[in-house]
Design a protein around this ligand. Structure first.
Ligand code: FAD
Length: 288
């Protein structure tokens, strides 16, 4: 009854759980997935984010699984360098920029939460359907019919949040930006500095964002995240696990044979391709 109830065991929910535990505030996390598995592709953690994660004692664990990104490079669609600047510690920040697989980030957070707060403090297979508040606290409702009482509830249930919809039913779906994205990871030898966040081209003709997210193993190949972004009038609702098709976008990059990367060969070597629309949602007028 004294617990803070966190809905969603993603990046926000787990980080909040660790922060509450550090502040000695008891909490429990309720996650809809039957099992937390390392899904997704790459994410960049900038120094203002890694500062917070370092304050939770996680910098060394993250450094073990991430790439400390050193520089940003911008090329045109003919592969010519337009602009370059240092990033993270190389740019003088006190904290690094990490390029990391979302699954690796989530696993670092999950293992830290389980070892510090206790494995019984995160409950999977709990799909929240709503929350009610009274003078004494809150009640979370779950799709199984179960309900749980707590001191307060915090919604960390991601972009399709059911709790946000309960409080703001008329917001509508996230707004499509007009840009569709195809994403993947490819095992490839280090590109440029081996710790570069690289952008090439532009949205009208096709833009690529490329950065490594795991150090090379004995085969010398890094795990490299890439995103192809193209202005596209139609899109389908965001689903983090939707498979994409190479034929829908590879034409835009067919002649991108640069001296620093053969882009079509690199895309074709991907482990798998996902497709997400780039969407946006206005901030809420209040958070409580
Ligand atoms: C499967 C998946 C893959 C992703 N891949 C990428 C990626 O490759 N690159 C990228 O930049 N971002 C990715 N994201 C998004 C990114 O993690 C988040 O947008 C960002 O980290 C914000 O974190 P968040 O905690 O708000 O949301 P998320 O990290 O999305 O976490 C939300 C969590 O809430 C759970 N949840 C949802 N509804 C309920 C409910 N009703 N009851 C209980 N639990 C619920 C979800 O299962 C999820 O674990 C992905 C998210 C997911 C869920």
């Amino acid at each position: 009854m004294d617990d803070i109830l966190i809905v969603g065991g993603g990046i926000g929910g787990l980080t909040l759980g660790l922060a509450l535990h550090a502040a000695k505030i008891p909490c429990r996390i309720f996650e809809s997935a039957a099992e937390i598995r390392a899904v997704g592709v790459g994410i960049n953690l900038l120094p203002h984010a890694t500062k917070e994660l370092a304050a939770l004692g996680l910098e060394a664990d993250l450094a073990r699984v991430a790439i400390a990104t050193k520089d940003s490079t911008f090329f045109n669609r003919f592969g010519q360098l337009i602009y370059q600047e240092p990033l993270g510690r190389a740019a003088g920040y006190d904290h690094p920029q990490f390029s990391i697989h979302r699954g690796d980030l989530q696993m670092v957070l999950l293992e830290a939460f389980k070892s510090r707060a206790g494995a019984d403090r995160i409950l999977t297979n709990h799909t929240c359907t709503g929350v009610e508040q009274d003078d004494a606290g809150v009640t979370l409702q779950f799709s199984s019919g179960k309900s749980v009482r707590g001191r307060a509830a915090i919604a960390c249930d991601g972009i399709n949040s059911v709790i946000r919809k309960q409080f703001f039913p008329d917001e509508g779906e996230p707004r499509y930006s007009g840009v569709n994205m195809w994403r993947g990871v490819t095992r490839w030898k280090p590109i440029l500095s081996g710790a570069s966040l690289t952008r090439a081209g532009w949205l009208t003709h096709g833009k690529m964002v490329i950065y490594p997210i795991r150090e090379a193993g004995s085969d010398g190949l890094q795990l490299v995240n890439w995103v192809a972004e193209i202005e596209t009038p139609v899109y389908r609702r965001r689903d983090w696990n939707r498979a994409g098709s190479l034929d829908d976008f590879i034409g835009a990059f067919a002649d991108w044979h640069f001296d620093w990367l053969d882009v079509p060969a690199f895309i074709r070597a991907a482990d798998h391709v996902l497709e997400f629309p780039m969407v946006d949602q206005d901030p809420l007028p209040r958070w409580s």
